[in-house]
Design a protein around this ligand. Sequence first.
Ligand code: PHE
Length: 334
Amino acid sequence: LEAAALAELAACADEPALRAWYTKYFGDKGLMKAALAGIGRVAKELKAAYGQEANRVKVALQTTYDAALAKEKAAALEAALTTNPLDVTLPGRTRLRGRLHPATQILRQVTRVFADMGFEVVRTREVETDELNFECLNMPAHHPARDMWDTFFTDRPGVVLRTHTSPGQIHVMRAAAGKPVRVILPGMCYRNEAISTRSEIQFHQVEGLVIGDGVTMADLKGTITAFARRMFGPERQVRIRSSYFPFTEPSIEVDIDWPKDDPNRDRLTKGTGWLEIMGAGMVHPNVLRAGGYDPDKVTGFAFGMGPQRMLMLQHAIDDIRLFWQNDLRFLRQF
Ligand code: PHE
């Protein structure tokens, strides 16, 4: 049995052949098992010798089989590696990684600064009523100040694309129902302008609104200064100029001094050293009333800014149209 088994084993060319051999000898109905069981038919005095010999053969066959199987597996692995070689030193294929649009990045940056100051972030609708976009903001029908915004009207009378985020002030006030307010309202605005390097028909604004007992211009100034220093650097100085918006009284425009070491300083600031970053003011009593507040009891301030313009300033981008052109050469730089 041993000699025949070993000869057959040596003739096995691959793993399936080896496994078939194993079943033939070591399977439940295998020859080895049968040989071991044969001890029952052996004369008593020969049993010990028979048993020993049978065991020796069993171990020998098992050992030879294990060695042959291991060798076969190693050979198969070697073959797989050499017939389909893999160069582990090749650099991996880099995947294109997506990223946030620069307009989204700057919007989030602005939002984060205000969130750190305890402002809540609220989004309001982009399609507005004439009433909220103008009327509640102290601009009745035919008020000349409406011309400050080139408006997209819709087919439906009284429905416009919001020209600024300010109508969100009214939404927030009405929802707060007389309680104190401290929110920013980021979102898209639309204006019917000729598209040029300096103006687009859609852009982001971030509106701010704070209402409460005894809120003053000093609070507005402090908030804006803190914001400007976090956005544009801790040294920034803030300059306030008198201005006009129908929905604030008094109204101001806010400038920051542009860093002296920026080579673009003169071009950006037209030689003045100052750059406008937002419009703001104390909420007009009529607007507080429209929002359901009593202007004799509470006061508030509001501001509005264009975060894309801020990104343009920070990176000396001179064409606002780049934002929505989806040119990857531009987008990949951020
Ligand atoms: N809504 C104004 C604009 O679009 C900005 C602004 C907001 C001014 C809030 C004052 C207060 O220009």
